[in-house]
Design a protein around this ligand. Structure first.
Ligand code: SF4
Length: 361
């Protein structure tokens, strides 16, 4: 199977668009959960091919965007420590904290390194035994296994200078928060294919039943996305609260059991603050107490951080599907990728960055 070009085939795309047009009888609001899906939709112009009755709204599935301001400020406090080498994926460096960002802190001399894998951070810890190396472990269910594989590697190497600043969040509690809100507009979900590759989609059946909405596991190529939209639309038109899998070449009902075992070995569920959205109970993962020596928040004692969020930024409403980026008065004026006021304008998965890049003004 060709995993790229056949999923971008213009003939198949045109055929799916025709099927969608024939199926739809009334307006529907569908949320793609993942920021990667948002960018793919904008990149391929799929939103402009769909009939106007389908409104796509953009969900909270961008890990950089939802990492709480408090944790960004904690990252800044830890990275400023002279004994620390702070490591992170590149997107996090431009995310605004209350007063600063990691990029500016690095320009002022802090030791902050961009890595492409958490295992790079382990290597840095090995090479610098006299320094504390901290990895900013952000992400959804997708990245948790890789981050924890790095922790397992650090344990195997007996490294006592490696810690994680953990900001892991989980999709199902966020879906509950969106659907349970009095402002909710979402009538169907495209679930994030890579999250489901790890966790499966068994967790979505009770959500679909409770809120009477269809949920379709969806991939990232144009054919994947349109197929996910078509299956969701067919369920909406029939009034079915179906959970369907439009990404079977990657996702199974129960996901990757080995990855889930790694997660449950090291993590336990915790309440977590989502930037712009607020506290969602039991929506995150934290290191289990027996692994607290690998917890950067504990090692560096940064519990009491005062935060200050931009009063202009409406990214919380965007991440819940209530507003679109181009409805923000700051969009493209005082907020741009070069001068972001919110994390959704920074990340390569952020909805504001997608609207800016692909000119949805
Ligand atoms: S355009 Fe900027 S200020 Fe407005 S919601 Fe997006 S990130 Fe926030």
């Amino acid at each position: 199977m060709d995993f790229t070009s056949s999923f971008r085939d213009p003939k198949i795309v045109a055929n799916l668009i025709q099927k969608i047009k024939k199926t739809i009888t009334r307006p529907w609001v569908i949320m793609e959960i993942c920021g990667g899906q948002t960018h793919a939709i904008m990149h391929y112009g799929l939103d402009q091919l769909l009939p106007p009755e389908i409104e796509l709204v953009h969900g909270p599935g961008c890990p950089v965007c939802v990492t709480s301001l408090e944790l960004v400020d904690k990252a800044l406090a830890i990275a400023a420590h002279p004994d620390v080498i702070f490591t992170s994926y590149g997107d996090m460096l431009r995310v605004p904290g209350s007063k600063d960002d990691l990029f500016n802190l690095r320009a002022r001399g802090a030791s902050i390194q961009v890595v492409y894998s958490p295992l790079d951070a382990v290597q840095i810890a090995q090479a610098n035994p006299d320094r504390q190396v901290v990895f900013f472990a952000i992400g959804f269910e997708t990245t948790a296994p890789a981050n924890l594989a790095a922790l397992a590697q650090a344990r195997a190497l007996n490294l006592d200078n490696f810690t994680l600043l953990v900001s892991h969040v989980c999709v199902p509690p966020a879906m509950h928060a969106i659907l349970g809100s009095p402002n909710n507009r979402v009538q169907g979900f495209l679930a994030a294919g890579h999250v489901c590759a790890v966790m499966g989609f068994w967790e979505y059946h009770p959500i679909a039943e409770l809120y009477k909405i269809p949920i379709t596991v969806t991939g990232f190529e144009p054919v994947d996305l349109l197929n996910g939209i078509l299956l969701t639309l067919q369920a909406l038109e029939k009034g079915e609260a179906a959970v369907q899998n439009a990404y079977p070449r990657v996702v199974t009902e129960h996901g990757n059991i080995h990855a889930q075992q790694l997660i449950s070995t090291y993590f336990e569920p915790c309440d977590r603050n989502w930037r712009g959205i607020g506290m969602i109970p039991m929506s995150g993962w934290a290191l289990r107490p027996e692994f607290s020596r690998f917890d950067a928040e504990k090692r560096f004692k940064v519990e009491h951080i005062q935060t200050h969020e931009s009063e202009i930024c409406i990214s919380g409403q965007i991440l819940q599907g209530i507003k679109k980026p181009n409805q923000c008065p700051a969009f493209g004026t005082i907020c741009t990728p070069q001068n972001p006021l919110g994390a959704t304008m920074v990340s390569s998965e952020g909805a504001c960055a997608a609207y800016y890049r692909y000119a949805r003004k």
